[in-house]
Design a protein around this ligand. Structure first.
Ligand SMILES: [Zn+2]
Length: 342
């Protein structure tokens, strides 16, 4: 089947793509020398940084005692070290580019160019657009159910998955918000919030997939499906936040839950006669292509657009297709139930 071939293809591809040393750039002797020099002098070439005039607790090193580093800068964790790392990285990458060398990672991250202090402006823009698209999709679903489709005598919707899709919409908007924050400024707190909300979203997506695909409608069965998955997701979030922020493990957990959803939906599109099943197919194809970008982790083009940013860009049409299917599904289920009642 095409879907299995696609998954096999990604798996083989992931084995073929050479795994880059996460910190090739920061072991470079020229970069290290620049960093040592910068932390002593507070300058890289002609450029000097005001943070290097303060010690790590915000007290001035050789200025008057009453001068303090502004609080908002301490919160953002912009200090001498991070300024030096950033500018030494840019200086080293410029040299490497002149020699025709490809960009390498520094401290596990690609060398991005900041814009107004925003670390990855393109990823932030795509996250913000995805957030807007999620809001639009969720709002149109809300309006359709409450104002366009008929309601039961007790004012509840005929569609049995309304509440679940509302939770999904809220978790998705929460994820895109923290994604935008994390890509603006990458510190431990924003990274934890981004990872945790991603796991919550993917985990809930899996629950929703199982409940919708297998038509689980009574409360007791829903609880039986959801409880173990909620337990796994909660444990994983606690592990990431309070034990170890393990990027590799998190990637595996999210990929496993994501692939499981794609496979379940993929099988469903083959066996169902749902009028909008082609939208689910489209969703699976675009989402699989997006995963391909995540695996083929290329460096940022001109210091701005890397594989992860492209993946976030792909989520904009994916979100649109997803909510378009959900609206169709709500209409389809409602009309089916009304026909049965007549
Ligand atoms: Zn991201």
């Amino acid at each position: 089947m095409a879907l299995y071939r696609l998954i096999l293809f990604f798996f083989v591809l992931s084995l073929l793509v050479p795994s880059l040393d996460a910190s090739e750039g920061d072991t470079d002797p020229i970069y290290k020398a620049c960093l040592d020099e910068c932390e002593k002098s507070g300058c890289v070439g002609e450029r000097c940084f005001q943070h290097c005039k303060f010690s790590s607790d915000g007290k001035p090193i050789d200025g008057p005692w009453y001068l303090q580093e502004p609080l908002y800068q301490k919160w953002k964790q912009w200090d001498c070290r991070s300024d030096c790392q950033y500018h030494c990285m840019l200086a080293r990458e410029e040299q490497r580019e002149k020699l025709g060398d490809k960009p390498v990672k520094y401290h596990g991250k690609w060398p991005f160019r900041r814009v107004y202090g925003i670390q990855e402006p393109v990823a932030v823009a795509f996250s913000a657009l995805s957030l807007a698209m999620q809001f639009h999709g969720w709002l149109s679903f809300f309006i359709l159910l409450n104002y366009k489709l008929p309601l039961r005598p007790n004012k509840r919707t005929y569609y049995e998955y309304t509440g679940l899709w509302h939770i999904y919409g809220i978790l998705a908007m929460n994820f895109w918000l923290w994604s935008a924050v994390f890509h603006s400024r990458d510190v431990e707190l924003t990274e934890k919030l981004d990872y945790s909300s991603a796991v919550a979203l993917v985990g809930f997506g899996l629950i929703l997939t199982i409940l919708r695909v297998f038509n689980v409608r009574d409360e007791a069965s829903r609880v039986m499906v959801a409880a173990p998955l909620i337990a796994i997701v909660t444990t994983h979030i606690l592990y990431l936040n309070f034990y170890k922020l393990d990027y590799g493990l998190n990637m595996k957990v999210c990929t496993a839950m994501g692939v499981a959803q794609l496979v379940i939906w993929g099988v469903w599109t083959v066996v169902t006669s749902h009028p909008s099943r082609w939208k689910v197919w489209l969703f699976i194809v675009v989402d699989s292509l997006a995963v391909l970008f995540e695996i083929y982790d290329f460096p940022p083009y001109r210091g701005f657009v890397d594989a992860h940013a492209v993946r976030h860009a792909a989520c904009i049409p994916i979100t649109y297709i997803c909510w378009s299917f959900v609206r169709d599904d709500a209409e389809f289920r409602t009309s089916t139930l009304l026909k049965k009642m007549k």
